[in-house]
Design a protein around this ligand. Sequence first.
Ligand code: ADP
Ligand code: MG
Length: 244
Amino acid sequence: MILKIENLQKFYGTHQVLKDINLEVKQSEVVVILGPSGCGKSTLLRCINGLEEIKDGSIYIENEKITKDFKEWTKIRQKVGMVFQSYELFEHLSVKENICLGPLKVQKRKKDEILQEAKMWLEKVGLAHKIDAYPRQLSGGQKQRIAIVRSLCMNPKLMLFDEVTAALDPEIVREVLEVILNLAKEGMTMLIVTHEMGFAKAVADKIVFMDEGQIVETNTPKAFFENPHSKRAKKFLNLFDYHT
Ligand code: ADP
Ligand code: MG
């Protein structure tokens, strides 16, 4: 098991935003989280990466137990890569420098080794020729692919993706989703939040549907999209005109 969450509770003030979340992600498994806006998807991913304080419950990352007062997040964040909607590259650093920063400074790895890995990933996402470019010289889709490469070069055991295509123009959404589909084929373990239903169906081994801070349904993609067992999931799916 790469990730296991037990009875996770999260509050913002008195507002409970995550209610007794239980979730498991196995090695090489791709779990897609779906659910209406505000149901707690981002908060859940942020808790896994230590960006939010939890009230109660446990998170296990490769058998390392994390509870309320856990402090060693630097160690965990090297195992858990996260890519957000906004790419957050450093504008004053080149692609190469953006990618090498974490492995060099945090992981203290050798520059040659990191560069080799960076080139390998850049090749895979079709951006080898942009290694010396600056973020301002890249399109949104390219920046997002670089953000993914930057995260991959930390050699994470688990990747978290939070609506990574939400801010992109429709015609370039595909190029970013392709990268994630290829990662799935290569066996990367991933937890993905998306509103791209066709993509969710194609990439997921398991769909987790959330509503109002709770996991309402866990299902195979086929069963979820063809015949969800919860009423709330049916209602949610009716809002989408998805093609697969
Ligand atoms: P989703 O990603 O599913 O749209 P979020 O995890 O962003 O949902 O938000 C879950 C709930 O928590 C929402 O009601 C949202 O308004 C609230 N929330 C999110 N971030 C904060 C915050 N920093 N402070 C207070 N409330 C927040
Ligand atoms: Mg969100």
